[in-house]
Design a protein around this ligand. Structure first.
Ligand code: WTA
Length: 632
């Protein structure tokens, strides 16, 4: 097991060591895993190309470390504890032995269907155990998983399948979601009708058992998996072989496939899991994220299982059957570590305290937050009403690209302060810079957040387009990884993440590119031009505000706005639906034709009083119209 830090002094000395001798430090962590061949070199890197290699020449399989390694000491310990959507349906458990057997069966089924090392397999599934089993089965045989959040539309799914030229899709028939059942396979069918020619097989997990249309490529999961052997040798992977692709939004263009590789990701997710959650052997750990996002990859599946933990998977939603569900589940399973997103905290807070006060939450020891800045009110409520003032809050800052948590308090070890992600984990070297890339030294400063040294789970490339990876993350400032976030260092040296400084907005903890939403809106034939910005939203953190110039022939504006929402839902999914749509005669532009987003952001946030100097605009006259029609 990687090191678990126990005291503040230890944190300070381990951190110093990780900076003075990163290779020595990470080699020690990596040595606690099983490798069939040890690495020749710990780290070989440059940020210019970028070309980053950890544990160079090492060979291992992440599932041997997440499953086989535990069989002797924890074989009968629960690995996955599954809680269904329906509170009256039974929960399900898989011990490490059982999970190992199921993963091997699924891995053999993948092989029997022509999937081998390096092939891409797309998942479009609800939060059922088979999703985790399928993902691990890919890792077992060296296939690359690409999990797509099951709330994305058929168009978005097709884009991702095509970009990664996946050979197989694994889906369910229907998803349970609160009181509704969602026809998931139908979305896959629609995506395949958009020409995903690389797909040879669709493996369908029978979840609700409702009727589905059946195509030539379709096979039932149970038909393929149930009869397989529970023994499947683990493919020995190079440290730098790809483990998975996960698509995320950026400020320009289509979502990009972030690539993580086997060795570094394994070492870092296990290390960060043990330290940030201070997991102890008999604890029940629950992360409420969906496996369709990086949080689910790193801190439902890989980190916890590598650490031999009991990790809970929850199929449902926080408000079904009512707003007490999270707390009911915490009481039922005596959860010790609870990890969720600020948007969920704010939403539940709005329902009133009685839902949380009804339940016995005395098992809780550590609370985690992830995905967006947590505002002070939500932090205090989480601390007082959920943690009863006894549970340190780990406000964890990280990204799809970082693979694991980079900045967070260590509960019970370092101090906590509302809104502060606070301190870097060992091996993480944050730096604040001004727009010219000059380091802002000392405390009480605010700037752009970068990393000046690689950590093991750093992004390696964007799938099929390495140049894009270089440009987006490694070209803004020389020899630094640029996060896209702004941050402030307080007078005591703690870091507070302020938010994105690029055209990415964070809606309910989900990343959305404004360009992506604009492209979707522009698919409507009566849209001349559109501009999308974020605005402060009480529950979602940020909402989506769209300004649209329609063509002249719009008669019914309400109908038009409805259609705009529908086209975004079709192109991306309901999570990208604009909260506000304002029809405008023009968009404020600079003389060089660039949209002045600064003005649009101010108007959207209801703060149009001081728009600064607009006299240099190409079309200052549209500003009045934009202000007049504002929905804020
Ligand atoms: C934001 C989610 C403030 C940030 C793991 C980052 C946060 C983006 C925090 C990545 C936090 C994440 N405080 N902001 N604790 N955690 N963010 O890729 O803007 O979905 O760049 O990864 O979320 O989102 P992603």
């Amino acid at each position: 097991m990687p090191l678990q830090i126990k005291s503040l002094d230890e944190y300070k000395s381990v951190y110093q060591r990780s900076v003075d001798d990163p290779e020595g430090f990470w080699a020690e962590q990596a040595e606690t895993f099983n490798w069939s061949k040890k690495w020749d070199k710990v780290l070989d890197w440059n940020f210019r190309e970028p070309d980053i290699n950890w544990f160079v020449g090492g060979k291992t399989n992440i599932t041997e470390n997440a499953l086989d390694r535990h069989l002797e000491t924890r074989g009968d310990k629960v690995a996955i504890l599954w809680e269904p959507n329906d509170p009256n349906a039974p929960s399900k458990t898989y011990t490490y032995k059982e999970l190992h057997a199921e993963v091997c069966k699924a891995a053999n089924a993948l092989k029997a269907n022509g999937i081998g090392k390096g092939d891409r397999v797309c998942f479009y599934m609800p939060m059922v155990p088979e999703l985790a089993i399928g993902v691990l089965a890919c890792a077992r045989i060296g296939a690359i998983h690409s999990v797509v959040f099951a709330g994305f539309s058929a168009t978005a799914l097709a884009d991702r399948i095509k970009d990664a030229t996946c050979k197989m899709v694994i889906c369910s028939d229907y998803n349970h979601r609160g009181a509704k059942n969602i026809p998931v396979k139908k979305v896959v069918d629609d995506a395949l009708a958009m020409g995903c020619e690389s797909i040879e097989t669709v493996l369908v997990h029978k979840n609700t058992g409702e009727d589905v249309a059946w195509n030539d490529v379709d096979k039932w999961w149970h038909d393929e998996v149930d009869g397989q052997s529970t023994d499947c040798p683990a493919e020995q992977m190079d440290s730098e072989d790809t483990l998975f692709i996960l698509y995320t939004s950026g400020s320009t263009g289509k979502p990009k496939g972030v690539v993580h590789t086997v060795g570094g990701y394994m070492v870092y997710t296990a290390f960060s899991f043990k330290n940030v959650f201070q997991y102890q052997e008999d604890d029940i750990y629950w992360c409420t994220a969906d496996i369709g996002w990086i949080t689910g990859h790193s801190y439902i599946i890989y980190g916890p299982l590598l650490a031999g933990a009991t990790t809970m998977m929850f199929e449902g939603v926080p408000t079904y059957p009512d707003a007490g569900r999270f707390w009911q589940v915490c009481e039922k399973h005596k959860v010790n570590q609870f990890y969720t997103a600020p948007t969920a905290i704010r939403a539940l807070m709005a329902y009133g305290d009685e839902f949380v006060e009804k339940y016995d939450l005395s098992s809780l020891r550590v609370l985690g937050s992830v995905g967006e800045p947590i505002n002070e009110e939500a932090w205090n409520w989480y601390n007082e009403k959920v943690g009863k003032g006894n549970c340190p809050i780990a406000d964890t800052w990280w990204q799809t690209e970082t693979g694991g948590i980079l900045i967070s308090p260590l509960p019970g070890i370092t101090d906590t302060k509302p809104c502060y992600a606070s301190y870097p984990l060992p091996g993480v070297q944050p730096i604040l810079v001004d727009p010219d890339g000059n380091e802002l030294t000392g405390n009480d400063v605010e700037g752009l957040l970068c990393m000046k040294f690689p950590w093991p789970s750093i992004i390696r490339t964007t799938y099929g387009d390495h140049e894009r990876c270089r440009q987006v993350y490694f070209s803004t400032f020389q020899d630094m990884y640029f996060t896209g976030d702004g941050a402030r260092r307080d007078k005591d040296g703690r870091l507070r993440i302020i938010g994105r400084v690029d055209d990415v907005i964070n809606v309910s903890g989900h990343r959305m590119g404004t360009a992506e939403v604009e492209n979707a809106i522009n698919e409507h034939p009566q849209v001349v031009e559109s501009a999308v910005v974020g605005f402060p939203h009480e529950i979602k953190g940020q909402g989506i505000y769209a300004y649209i110039i329609p063509s002249d022939d719009i008669v019914d504006e309400d109908q038009f706005i409805k259609e705009i929402r529908a086209v975004v839902t079709k192109e991306i999914g309901p999570i990208a639906k604009p909260d506000q749509v304002q029809v405008v005669p023009g968009l404020p532009k600079t003389r060089s034709g660039k949209i002045m987003r600064r003005i649009l952001r101010k108007v959207a946030s209801g703060d149009a009083s001081n728009l600064g100097d607009i006299s240099t605009l190409l079309n200052p006259e549209v500003v009045e119209a934009v202000k007049k029609g504002a929905k804020a």
